[in-house]
Design a protein around this ligand. Sequence first.
Ligand code: ADP
Ligand code: AMP
Length: 214
Amino acid sequence: MKIIMLGAPGAGKGTQAKKIAAKYGIPHISTGDIFRANIKNNTELGQKAKTYMDKGELVPDELVVDLIMDRFKEADCANGYVLDGFPRTIPQAEALDKALKAQGEAVDFAINVEVPDENIINRMSGRRACVGCGATYHIEFNPTKVEGVCDACGEKLILRDDDKPETVKNRLSVYHEQTQPLIDYYAKADVLAEVDGTQDMEKVFSDIVNVLGA
Ligand code: ADP
Ligand code: AMP
């Protein structure tokens, strides 16, 4: 099963993608997580990506497409994947379609997690990410047992630099300009499903399971 998560930054794509991955036994692939791991390890790719990410802009298509095509070659992708944060532009979606078509395959579901802009700033300013395992929490909606400490691995939690309100505003306008057109793109391909992302996390997930099948 090949699933794409669509939605504004902070809509809950990562939260839901992790649950989908666990239930359906497919890998959760987040291009944002891959870039952050590269930044942490100070790779050349990480250094390049950081200049764009810090400003809330998109990393150039060529870099992202090469990265994801390499990731698809790994053995765990044999039965599909859930993509979180890719594609983010029409050229990225076209590159994905082309690569899949060459193997006689196609995207099965594009799930749009809908959350209005007015809820996003609150979601992002309360998001906390673990520096160790990448788990994400929310100080109000999904708090850890001990404040500032990851439940899963015990490492400390941080507010991502690009989750600060000034950057979030730019990320939202980049989203509307470059990523939102993908909703129409996947509607035309007849694989779009819309879910109300303002509901609590478990309800959002059960709506997604209704779309994907138990
Ligand atoms: P995205 O991957 O789309 O950027 P995340 O999954 O990281 O978004 O979610 C953004 C923030 O909102 C996180 O702090 C997460 O814990 C929280 N969150 C996710 N889904 C919900 C929800 N349904 N209700 C309230 N908060 C949520
Ligand atoms: P995310 O973790 O998905 O919110 O992504 C964080 C940042 O990484 C984005 O604001 C972009 O700068 C960059 N990024 C992640 N995925 C992509 C992508 N598919 N295309 C371009 N930039 C991306």
